[in-house]
Design a protein. Structure first.
Ligand code: AMP
Length: 287
């Protein structure tokens, strides 16, 4: 496995490899866990060689967010990638990714107004701009993203469609701890009691999914109220949002739940902000 830090060398490595193999790309911010490694496995099933990018992207963090505190552990990450059969890590530093006078931003309108876009202004501009840059620097055949960041996945799909980018975007299921908590690099910030309370997110989501699938028709408003109530009861939880949205537009739904929707939550435990989501479907056909 090769660790590349120079964007020019990165592009050359991918372009050369493309003559012989398919290449899969996995953009990450590092502090790799089994959620990230599930993307590696998915990529290896479709593509012969896999590149993981590790870059804590400053432009997607707002003032007062955890950019400085975000875990950085390249050595451990490299060992995990090596063991997983990754071909290259691309780990540039900030100066290799952004000119000091960089003045171009990629912004996807509409679906970034909701959910995390409402509570983290500018966040998705940072995400789409860095992902567009990575797609140019590492021109792979396909890129893999987790449904854990559902709004990010849908926003990147929209960017790729709207800008005719020549890359397949593949969404992969959320990997969870045995007690249901979605794996996240930020889980390591949780105190032991917060870690226990944090299971309330997935518990509330799975309960809501079962209610929609198994009970008589329920309204969006009732379901959201019930989920809010359940999470509020968890020790130290402060809800940022609980919303039931259309899976494509991410517009909030209203009224009777009569089709598949996505239930999305963001909750603070102290400084630590966790997100999670799940499909709900009155026909019961959720994977
Ligand atoms: P991050 O390093 O947090 O920016 O995440 C990099 C990629 O890994 C994104 O596409 C995430 O959606 C994905 N990811 C993070 N956590 C999980 C998880 N628990 N299950 C599946 N994918 C995940």
């Amino acid at each position: 496995m090769e660790i590349i830090t120079d964007p020019v060398k990165c592009r050359l490595a991918i372009k050369t490899a493309r003559h012989q193999t398919r290449v899969g790309l996995i953009p990450t911010m590092g502090a790799l866990h089994d959620g990230h490694l599930s993307l590696v496995t998915a990529a290896q099933q479709n593509d012969q060689r896999v590149m993981v990018t590790i870059f804590v992207n400053p432009t997607q963090f707002g003032p007062g967010e955890d950019f400085d505190a975000y875990p950085r552990q390249l050595e451990q990450d490299a060992a995990k990638c090596e063991a997983a059969g990754v071909a290259w890590i691309f780990a540039p530093d900030k100066s290799a990714m952004y000119f000091p006078d960089a003045s171009t931003t990629i912004r996807v309108d509409g679906l970034t107004r909701h959910l995390c876009g409402a509570s983290r202004p500018g966040h998705f501009d940072g995400v789409t701009t860095v992902v567009a840059k990575l797609f140019h620097v590492a021109p792979a055949h396909a890129a893999y993203f987790g449904e854990k960041d559902f709004q990010q996945l849908q926003t990147i799909r929209r960017m790729v469609r709207d800008l005719d980018m020549d890359i397949d975007v593949v969404g992969c299921p959320i990997i969870r701890e045995p007690d249901g908590l979605a794996l996240s690099s930020r889980n390591q910030y949780l105190s032991p009691s917060q870690r226990v309370a944090a299971t309330s997110l997935s518990q509330a989501l799975f309960r809501a999914q079962a209610v929609v699938a198994e009970q008589p028709p329920v309204t969006v408003e009732k379901l959201v109220t019930d989920v809010r109530q359940e999470i509020t009861m968890a020790e130290g939880a402060t809800i940022d949002y609980v919303e039931l949205v259309d899976e494509t537009s991410l517009e909030p739904a209203t009224g009777m739940i009569d089709r598949r929707l996505r239930l999305c939550v963001a909750v603070y435990f102290g400084e630590c902000r966790l997100i999670d989501n799940l499909a709900v479907d009155p026909t019961g056909s959720v994977r």
